[in-house]
Design a protein around this ligand. Structure first.
Ligand code: SF4
Ligand SMILES: [Zn+2]
Length: 157
């Protein structure tokens, strides 16, 4: 289970990071097409490794890494570190990869993952642009991260 209780401290730190991201403008994970940005939140280790390398020139690398290490439950790449890297640097063994696949395919394979329209902004976006929600039929929230982030700050239209 996720979502209902995100700690206030994590939320506070996330908003600080979000504000810094906006102030900085173009950072690698928010530059380029929807598809090219999706590697930061991909389930595939190879995608995340790719994304982690592209964090290199990001001006927010240090702050982003601090956040990602403080909250290892966050999905995806933060500050040049993959999910696995942030969770203790353990490399996946074939056995753990199989466990992970079994865990993940159950809820997520019910509907093939492809671009879908955000219910708030209406834009077609890649699956990685939607946060996970195991309760939804496609395993993702109906509204996109960008819209969710605005909604969290009470800025939604
Ligand atoms: S360091 Fe963080 S903000 Fe910068 S590109 Fe990587 S994930 Fe994005
Ligand atoms: Zn949206």
């Amino acid at each position: 289970m996720d979502a209902p209780t995100i700690s206030p401290e994590r939320e506070r730190q996330r908003l600080v990071l979000e504000a810094e991201l906006e102030a900085t403008g173009r950072v690698p994970c928010r530059t380029g097409s929807v598809v090219s940005r999706a590697i930061w939140t991909s389930d595939e280790a190879i995608d995340q490794q790719n994304a982690a390398e592209r964090c290199g020139p990001c001006p927010l690398l240090a702050a982003c890494r601090t956040y990602g290490l403080a909250w290892p439950a966050e999905l995806g790449v933060y500050g040049g570190l993959t999910e696995t890297g942030r969770r203790g640097g353990q490399r996946r063994t074939p056995a753990s990869s199989a466990r992970r696949r079994r865990r993940r395919t159950t809820p997520l394979m019910r509907v093939p993952e492809g671009p879908k329209a955000c219910t708030r902004c209406g834009e077609m976006k890649a699956p990685g642009e939607f946060r996970r929600d195991a309760r939804k039929s496609d395993g993702r929230r109906p509204s996109c991260r960008a819209c969710d982030n605005l909604a969290r700050r009470g800025l939604a239209a």
